[in-house]
Design a protein around this ligand. Structure first.
Ligand SMILES: *[C@@H]1O[C@H](CO)[C@@H](O)[C@H](O)[C@H]1NC(C)=O
Ligand SMILES: *[C@@H]1O[C@H](CO)[C@@H](O)[C@H](O)[C@H]1NC(C)=O
Ligand SMILES: *[C@@H]1O[C@H](CO)[C@@H](O)[C@H](O)[C@H]1NC(C)=O
Length: 407
């Protein structure tokens, strides 16, 4: 304690002269009129984002209602008006149909036999590499999947590239058959595991005139699906491959293939899973004089969630929510000392001290705000003198996520 005071005094003596006559009035720099248009601009953007989100939710609801309302028509006698050209799938595809003996994703080595890995259909499927199944292929040769002895799981390919079943009605007489089969209710997510999905065949302007037996589907790591195909209800019916979903095979592992309209597909980065425990506390181990744009608090005591960057001094909100911050200094000199908390480049909170005579005072300021994911927070030293040494921890910055909140 004694040594601290001595050091403070030493600083004071050195600096007293040039501080003495300085004007210590200061102006508030936060939210001035210049910032106003930007603020409004942000407000409009946020509103737009909200309405987009709403739209998306409504569309999803509609889609769910639609898939439930789809008439699951009672079945016509098999093989009536679509029994025409019979081409044997078996002879056509015997070369193309084979079983993978090893997991395609390079699942290594031994210990398979009873493990889940070995039983996982994502690693054990048959390849169905038949270009005529594509939704843009007409029925030059008409195929009936009812004639196939389906066994186990299958993965669809188009000229060797991974492809998936259509999630919407396909025009009749496409996919190399008369009534193309499509997947009702969409594909599952990885965390859904194996799901059962209805399969419909389009005919006579009825997207589900043929209610084929349901199949099992599983989403696999690496953006592909496996299907447990079964004999369709009639001839000529065949499982389709959505040519528009070819793009999905190009998605990275960190991406998902999505489509709003089930027509156009695209890769989208997966939402990062964030830890909701965010706490940090760091200090600056030396004195600061005058302006320092970003105080680089390089002595980090707590950095739970790694949202604080000790190299830059910037805290970045990893998730939307309510945050609390605090920052402190120990004024070491006569005159005004200003530290500002800077949120998204706005100066939002001030720690101001004005010391008379040879005093030294500590000052702690706090701030609480609801921040969006990605918001930046740091402290700027705008004027005056802040005293600290490597052991004092007087110039400090810390904060916590109080609650996660979607905004
Ligand atoms: C179907 O689409 C693929 C990929 O876009 C294309 O290469 C192919 O020529 C198309 N086939 C037909 C019959 O249009
Ligand atoms: C299908 O049958 C019709 C007549 O029933 C015939 O004209 C046509 O060539 C056949 N198509 C194929 C691909 O065999
Ligand atoms: C500490 O900071 C607050 C807010 O800026 C200020 O009102 C107060 O006067 C300061 N305390 C001292 C002792 O300077």
């Amino acid at each position: 304690m004694l040594s601290l005071c001595i050091q403070v005094l030493a600083v004071l003596v050195v600096c007293a002269a040039d501080i003495e006559n300085r004007d210590i009035s200061y102006t508030f720099k936060a939210w001035n009129m210049v910032d106003q248009p930007l603020q409004e601009h942000f407000a409009v953007m946020y509103k737009e984002m909200e309405s987009l989100k709403l739209e998306q939710a409504v569309m999803k609801q509609k889609q769910e209602a639609l898939s439930q309302a789809l008439p699951y028509c009672s079945q016509k006698p098999i093989d009536t008006d679509v029994e025409m050209n019979k081409t044997s799938l078996q002879t056509d595809s015997s070369r193309l149909l084979y079983t993978l003996t090893q997991g395609e994703d390079g699942v290594e080595g031994s210990g398979e036999d009873d493990s889940d890995e070995a039983r996982d259909p994502c690693n054990h499927y048959s390849v169905l590499n038949q270009a005529w199944r594509a939704t843009n292929y007409s029925n030059k040769n008409v195929v009936c999947d009812r004639r196939v002895q389906w066994k186990g799981w299958y993965r669809l390919f188009y000229h060797g590239k991974t492809i998936q079943m259509p999630e919407r009605c396909v025009k009749k007489e496409m996919c190399g058959t008369h009534s193309p089969l499509w997947l009702v209710g969409g594909h599952p997510r990885i965390r859904d595991g194996v799901v059962t999905r209805k399969v419909c065949g389009n005919w006579k302007n009825n997207c589900c005139l043929f209610k084929s037996p349901p199949i099992q589907v599983k989403a696999c790591r690496g953006n592909y699906y496996v299907y447990k195909f079964v004999k369709p209800v009639a001839c000529q019916l065949a499982y389709c491959a959505d040519i528009n979903s070819l793009v999905c095979g190009k998605c990275k592992r960190s991406e998902s293939c999505i489509s709003r309209d089930k027509v156009t597909w695209m890769c989208k980065k997966n939402k990062m899973r964030v830890k909701a425990n965010i706490h940090f506390f760091a200090t600056y181990p030396a004195s600061i004089s005058g302006k320092m744009n970003k105080i680089v608090y390089r002595k980090v005591f707590v950095n739970q969630g790694r949202a604080f960057n000790a190299r830059t001094g910037i805290f970045r909100a990893p998730v939307s929510g309510v945050y609390q911050f605090f920052f402190s200094t120990q004024t070491g000199g006569r005159g005004a000392t200003n530290l500002w908390l800077v949120v998204n480049n706005y100066w939002v909170a001030l720690s101001h001290s004005n010391v008379q005579g040879s005093n030294s005072v500590g000052n702690l300021s706090t701030y609480m705000a609801t921040l969006r994911k990605g918001a930046t927070v740091y402290v700027t030293h705008n004027r005056g003198r802040s005293w600290a040494n490597s052991a004092s921890n007087t110039i400090s910055f810390g904060g916590s996520l109080l609650m996660v909140r979607k905004i």
